[in-house]
Write a protein of this length. Sequence first.
Length: 70
Amino acid sequence: MECTYDRLEVFDGDDTNGRQLGRLCGSGLPNPIVSTGNRLYMTFYTDASVQRKGFDITHTTGRPTLHIDA
């Protein structure tokens, strides 16, 4: 996704070395982001050109599920 202005990047794990799970910007709702463990690393970038409503994050936790294809 091309993000011209502010953006939030989400990585699986402790830092930016993890797999990038999302690059979020704009006003649309993204698909849910699911980590492989109990940690997510987020980096927020801003161009500081205009001040408007920001990002709103909702966090939920749950039991891991096991999917087996037979």
